[in-house]
Design a protein around this ligand. Structure first.
Ligand code: NI
Length: 429
């Protein structure tokens, strides 16, 4: 229902720029910008659903052939084979096997980036799907195959509307998200250069397909990795007084870290310290020389993440000293808290409400799981949100992300493509 009737002002002012004239023409159609956006969004979902079969085919191909982080050669070639048919400026091997593809609109305007991740996980798939992973020990158990197909769909949809865009859309096909390296590497390789805003989504199998979940502020936790080496002096298990036992010290460290979380951090500031592995000793009657621990640290406030390293270092070193052991902590910061920008969340919500019934959108619960999309929104404004990929009934009982039986409702593909395309489109109208 867009009114395309042209309008010539009686006293035509030649000092107006082309852009201003375009704005005036638009204004004269009697439509507000909001109405224009609504009219333009309405057909997008329908157009996306027409691509559904193609997106399902692409996603299943990727699902059969998962590639781990930093190994995404075939995946990026598959994506490129589609992108090369579109009017895009393409850069390959960005920060690894990442792809940056620009769609330049007809008019001037901002650059809006849309991002998908492409890597799989070292998990043996346990589904009976006809398109289950054909690579032993590797699986798209986080749905990044779907994210990739969704972004390809968005690129197709937006390419058709290139003449209506004032500005540029940058499609970021990111490598190595699962090991928290891809976003950083792509940023260092210029993926964000000239970008004004960035948007991305993640599927959520415990939310029914057709629904979306958004959240202002912090959405996902920070991720840090710790590696601790505790050194004592090995000896006979029967004569502990002649040894220094690192196993006892390590046990005290594990317990001490939990106490630190509950006693030193406000109960209103969520924080998690999980020790995920302990290695030390071989024989039942020998005190080993050394114990090694690894763990993960999650927080939900940048200032809490800030203080974690010093707190853990003090505790680990002083506990080990008390037990006459020597401790060494390697504290590796991986990704910050993912904090959405308010104006971008509002934009996503308005767009989604224009695409699908308003009751489809719910408020997302915060999660301590991490996402390296946080590195993008640490630098420029943006918004990350969830798109339902679960069954219509009892979605909350579906297998979660990273589960060997994880499966997603492919209806999310068309919805996701329409959502991402709509977010960029309505921003560049
Ligand atoms: Ni994921």
């Amino acid at each position: 229902m867009r009114n395309n009737e042209s309008w010539e002002p009686a006293d035509k002012d030649n000092s107006l720029s082309e852009h201003e004239k375009k704005q005036m023409n638009r204004g004269s159609s009697g439509q507000t910008k909001v109405a224009r956006i609504e009219d333009s969004l309405a057909p997008l979902l329908e157009e996306a659903l027409e691509l559904q079969a193609e997106l399902v085919g692409l996603r299943r191909h990727l699902h059969r052939n998962p590639e781990l982080s930093l190994e995404e050669t075939e995946t990026s070639q598959t994506v490129l084979s589609v992108l090369r048919e579109l009017p895009l400026d393409i850069r390959t091997n960005v920060g690894g096997y990442g792809i940056v593809a620009d769609l330049n609109g007809e008019g001037e305007g901002p650059t809006i980036a849309l991002r998908a991740d492409m890597d799989a996980l070292p998990i043996q798939e346990e589904t009976d799907l006809p398109y289950a992973s054909e690579i032993p020990g590797k699986m798209h158990a986080c749905g990044h195959d779907a994210h990739t197909a969704i972004l390809v769909g968005a690129a197709k949809l937006l390419s058709r509307k290139r003449d209506k865009l004032s500005g540029r859309v940058r499609f970021l096909f990111q490598c190595a998200e699962e090991i928290n390296q891809g976003a950083r590497a792509m940023i260092e390789d210029g993926a964000l250069d000239g970008v004004d805003e960035i948007y991305g989504l993640h599927n959520l199998p415990t939310l029914a397909a057709g629904k979306v979940a958004t959240r202002y502020g912090a959405l996902m936790g920070s991720v840090d990795r710790i590696e601790v080496t505790i050194e004592g002096r090995g000896g006979h298990g029967a004569i502990p007084n002649e040894s220094i036992d690192p196993i006892v010290a390590a046990s005290a460290v594990v317990m001490g870290l939990q106490t630190a979380v509950s006693r030193e951090i406000s109960p209103f500031d969520p924080a998690v310290v999980t020790i995920g592995s302990i290695y030390g000793g071989h024989a039942n009657n020998v005190i080993p020389h050394r114990v090694e621990l690894t763990g993960t640290v999650r927080t939900f406030q940048p200032r809490v993440q800030e203080g974690m390293e010093a707190m853990l270092r003090r505790l680990i070193e002083s506990i080990c000293e008390g037990y006459r052991c020597k401790a060494e902590l390697r504290y590796i910061r991986q990704v910050p808290v993912l904090v959405n920008h308010d104006a971008c969340v509002t934009h996503v919500e308005q767009t989604l409400d224009g695409l699908m019934p308003i009751e489809s959108r719910i408020e997302a619960a915060p999660t301590m799981a991490g996402e390296d999309f946080s590195l993008y929104v640490e630098r420029i404004p943006g918004c990350f949100f969830w798109i339902g990929s679960g069954p219509e009934e009892n979605a909350e009982q579906a297998y979660g992300l990273h589960h060997p039986k994880f499966d997603l409702n492919e209806e999310c593909l068309g919805h996701g493509a329409a959502a991402l395309a709509g977010i960029a489109f309505s921003r560049l109208l």
